[in-house]
Design a protein around this ligand. Structure first.
Ligand code: ADP
Ligand code: MG
Length: 214
């Protein structure tokens, strides 16, 4: 997967987040403050703009790692609340993990997604079962590395990643939130899908779609 794929990922993530802006915001209305879709749509739109601006000014094209680093940095600067710093950290750590690779194979991508998860957990201290984006990302990453170890094709492995993240998001429904704003609700957080887990599943679905187009 070359820089074009990673660029297409951010574009596709921006599109799917925008298309699901109201849905994500409604999920956040149930157990938070109804801003998750708005926050993320703004962040990804700004990331796309930053990538375009960089292209206009730079002599050398960006590497996959640089694309993710710029995306993370922009999300941090444009999105407040919990999700901005957490997603920003995730993309920056993934970008750092890719280093200056021009072409990213499945194990390298898997390591980058693991680095993203470690960054999210370092910053937010959530573990699986706390009803956060960690539930989607950890489930996705685990299934992804298993699929790679079993010799799955790129498309199959990325489909497994996206599908497992979606399942991970759905598993947050019966959970009681132990981190973030939703934890203030205590038992009343039960019965709702976590918005950050839902958006993580969408963003990983965008990665599968972006790699498929190429
Ligand atoms: P805020 O809660 O500040 O309004 P958002 O609504 O944009 O921010 O994002 C909420 C999402 O952030 C939650 O659904 C959850 O997935 C995620 N989140 C919140 N706190 C944490 C944490 N400590 N670790 C991981 N994810 C978290
Ligand atoms: Mg919110």
């Amino acid at each position: 997967m070359d820089a074009e794929v990673f660029r297409a990922w951010i574009r596709s993530a921006a599109e799917v987040v925008e298309a699901n802006r109201d849905h994500l915001t409604q999920l956040d209305a149930a157990i938070g403050d109804a801003d998750h879709g708005i926050n993320l749509a703004r962040g990804f739109a700004a990331a796309l703009e930053a990538l375009d601006a960089h292209d206009r000014g730079a002599a050398a094209p960006m590497t996959p790692g640089k694309i993710l680093t710029v995306t993370g940095r922009t999300i941090i600067s444009k999105v407040g609340g919990a999700a901005g710093p957490l997603y920003g950290m995730a993309f920056r750590r993934a970008g750092k993990s890719l280093a200056d690779a021009a072409d990213v194979d499945l194990p390298t991508l898997s390591a980058a997604l693991d680095a993203a998860l470690a960054g999210v957990q370092q910053l937010g201290a959530a573990v699986e079962g706390d009803k956060t984006m960690v539930d989607a990302l950890a489930a996705g990453n685990r299934a992804f590395s298993k699929a790679i170890a079993e010799g799955a094709s790129q498309d199959d492995a990325l489909s497994v990643l996206a599908e497992a993240a979606s399942v991970g998001a759905v598993t947050t429904i019966p959970m009681q939130a132990r981190k973030g704003r939703a934890s203030y609700l205590g038992p009343r957080s039960v019965g709702h899908e976590d918005p950050g887990a839902a958006s993580t599943a969408l963003i990983l679905g965008a990665l599968r779609d972006a790699a498929r187009i190429r």
